[in-house]
Write a protein that binds this ligand. Structure first.
Ligand SMILES: Cc1cc2nc3c(=O)[nH]c(=O)nc-3n(C[C@H](O)[C@H](O)[C@H](O)COP(=O)(O)O)c2cc1C
Length: 184
């Protein structure tokens, strides 16, 4: 797969089939991520997550903070409600420092965003789908503390990784001519 093919064919995968993604695969994906451009080679990223389908601790942490209604559920009903967190084969919470200086903070957010895109493309080439998600619980103090997120750090993405049976259709993009202004 060449770069352009990967960029254009990658889709956000929201329905995973439960097959695990191994720690080794996740490490390979993260390593590809680290080649993202980043100012001053600050490499302003770290990641916390789970692989090999070992989602229990992460799903428990989500269960505690996400929806009060889950506390009244049990058995199959609860399993169904939690399936979208259990079915990815791996998950990464991508963490960025929140630099007190605005310029550096924006640069770091930009660099980590590029890193996430790199990971999504590398995973895609390996036949592994992904979705960058930003559910509200990523900022929940209890969830942050369970994951060991320090003051001055922010979770920028819950990146779900996993195998899938079908990729969704692409959402059309605007033609480039519409969004570029050339000065002559
Ligand atoms: C910053 C960011 C946050 C996102 N948050 C969510 C989310 O919370 N839930 C979700 O289903 N998709 C989320 N997405 C994925 C987008 O919905 C997806 O990229 C978009 O629909 C385009 O689809 P494609 O990636 O297949 O081209 C997010 C993407 C980005 C870049």
């Amino acid at each position: 797969m060449n770069v352009r093919e990967a960029i254009e064919s990658r889709r956000s995968i929201k329905k995973f089939n439960g097959q695990p993604v191994t720690k080794e695969q996740v490490v390979e994906i993260v390593q590809a991520g680290t080649w993202a451009p980043n100012h001053g080679t600050r490499e302003p990223w770290r990641l916390v997550g789970a692989a090999g389908g070992k989602m229990d601790r992460i799903v428990d942490a989500i269960k505690e903070v996400a929806f009060p209604k889950w506390r009244e559920m049990s058995g199959e009903e609860l399993d169904v409600a939690l399936a979208k967190f259990r079915l990815p084969g791996a998950v990464l919470f991508v963490v960025v420092p929140e630099d007190a200086r605005q310029k550096e903070r924006l640069e770091d957010f930009g660099a980590v965003s590029a890193m996430i895109q790199n990971m999504q493309l590398a995973a895609w080439e390996m036949g592994i789908g992904s979705c960058w998600k930003t559910p509200p619980f990523i900022d929940h103090p209890k969830f942050r503390s369970t994951l060991g997120i320090k003051p001055g750090e922010r979770i920028i993405s819950m990146l779900q990784l996993g195998h899938f049976d079908e990729a969704p259709k692409a959402k059309e993009r605007k033609p480039a001519e519409e969004i570029v202004t050339f000065f002559e």
